[in-house]
Design a binder for this molecule. Structure first.
Ligand SMILES: Nc1ncnc2c1ncn2[C@@H]1O[C@H](COP(=O)(O)OP(=O)(O)OP(=O)(O)O)[C@@H](O)[C@H]1O
Ligand SMILES: Nc1nc2c(ncn2[C@@H]2O[C@H](COP(=O)(O)O)[C@@H](O)[C@H]2O)c(=O)[nH]1
Length: 401
């Protein structure tokens, strides 16, 4: 493990207070929480393409190197940190674009506590802040052969810019037409088990004798592409996602009968006889759980494919009966290269310290509203609002008139 920045130690041992501006040459910043000072910044030694996190324990005088989960932010020239509540720290990156400037380092959320128990180490988790509320991901479950993949393909074909598929990992062998990285990430069992241990999966399950799982990255890649994520996972996986902080819509697809399900599975011709029988045995339990577990928000009956597809579109609001929520109209601004932050209730006021080269020397003040945050690691923290102080004051003036 690497050395902590030397010039920090003295300051930290003196018991520096909450210093979102304690900055070193490496661009680190520090936050004191109880006995612990979280030093955030510089490059992470194990993955140099991400920002490092170290903890100084004031009571023992020792440095702790936590397991860092979640997609990590890339290093930047400097950052500021604000303690939002006792469980998470807001990090703003200097000179960053609106889609990359706000990150949350979770230090004691439910997810972090859960992972601490599982991993038996100190854990922190990154979660990227996202403006507004992107549409919830859609989880589709149902017995093998019911037509989930067929329905998802139809949706993606009709709405290519709206939906993105969460590409799962699996230890099963690829079928003839399946491409690695497109249909699945095909992976050896031992490698997948290691990634599960490292906390890379949102959910995983043993299905029909193979391991399947959704990595946190698979879901985030789709969200970052500005699309609504679709997950095709079994009932065990749906249960895990339900228990996670990922807010999704859960749909269960039922077959018209077991006979028809068997006919479809056999007609698909992708499984051995032994596999078909195993999948049919598992189907009975899955249908029972799908109908009685309370996990699912909607049931679809895939008898006539076109009818079923129409129903799916209807419940996703694609038949014109539900209007899309209006997009945030507030102006998007880049964060100044060097800035300070202050917290006033649920608003973070970001102040540029120095005028940027070639720009007028007016003081830029940006307001980051964190009053309606939702979600979090593993995944994105949604509901951020960002606007300039000018538009905030204009709004207040409007109210007073
Ligand atoms: N309503 C339908 N009527 C008749 N055949 C259908 C219908 N829906 C899907 N099928 C066919 O059933 C077979 C199984 O469908 P599909 O592969 O989409 O199932 P799946 O639920 O994704 O299965 P798995 O969980 O094993 O991936 C395919 O050959 C598909 O063309
Ligand atoms: N829990 C999860 N289940 C998954 C995932 N990806 C797929 N699945 C489910 O597995 C079965 C079999 O799929 P097949 O491609 O081998 O036919 C099917 O019910 C899928 O829904 C996952 O990431 N997690």
């Amino acid at each position: 493990m690497g050395e902590a920045p030397a010039f920090f130690v003295d300051e930290l041992q003196k018991g520096y207070g909450n210093g979102f501006d304690i900055k070193s040459k490496g661009g680190e910043t520090a936050i004191l929480l109880g006995n612990r000072t979280y030093v955030i910044g510089g490059a992470c030694e194990e993955s140099p393409l991400s920002i490092g996190v170290q903890i100084f324990d004031q009571s023992t005088g020792e440095w702790i190197y936590p397991t860092v989960l979640g997609t990590k932010p890339k290093p930047c020239k400097g950052l500021s940190a604000v303690l939002l509540s006792e469980d998470r720290i807001l990090i703003t990156k200097n000179g960053s674009t609106p889609d990359d400037f706000a990150w949350f380092l979770e230090v004691d959320t439910q997810y972090v506590r859960q992972q601490k128990k599982i991993l038996g180490t100190d854990v922190v988790a990154w979660s990227k802040g996202v403006r507004g509320y992107p549409e919830k991901p859609v989880v589709i479950s149902g017995p093998s052969g019911v037509g989930k993949g067929t329905l998802i393909s139809m949706l993606m074909k009709e709405y290519p810019s709206m939906f993105g598929f969460s590409v799962s990992h699996t230890t099963r062998a690829p079928r003839a037409m399946e491409k690695d990285g497109v249909h699945y990430h095909f992976i050896e069992r031992s490698a997948m088990e290691k990634e599960i241990e490292d906390g890379k999966f949102l959910e995983f399950a043993s299905v029909h004798g193979n391991l399947y799982g959704t990595s946190v990255e698979a879901v985030e890649v789709v969200a970052d592409d500005g699309k609504r994520c679709i997950l095709d996972i079994d009932v065990q996986g749906a249960r895990s996602v339900r228990a996670s902080s990922l807010e999704a819509i859960f749909i269960f697809v039922c077959p018209p009968s077991m006979e028809e399900l068997e006919k479809r599975l056999r007609a698909r011709g992708t499984e051995t006889e032994e596999q078909v029988l195993k999948r049919l045995r598992n189907a009975k339990a899955e249908i029972e759980q799908g109908q009685s577990s309370g996990i699912f928000d909607h049931m679809l009956y895939n008898d006539n494919l076109e009818e079923c597809y129409k129903s799916l579109k209807k419940l996703l609001g694609l038949d014109g009966t539900v209007t899309a929520p209006p997009k945030s109209s507030s102006k998007v601004v880049d964060l100044p290269m060097d800035h300070s932050v202050a917290k006033i209730d649920h608003r973070i006021i970001i102040n540029s310290k120095t005028p940027e080269l070639g720009k007028a020397s007016t003081n830029i003040r940006i307001v980051l509203d964190v009053s309606s945050l939702k979600g979090g690691a593993p995944g994105r923290t949604r509901g951020l609002d960002i606007y300039t102080m000018d538009s905030f004051l204009d709004g207040l003036a409007g109210i007073n008139h």
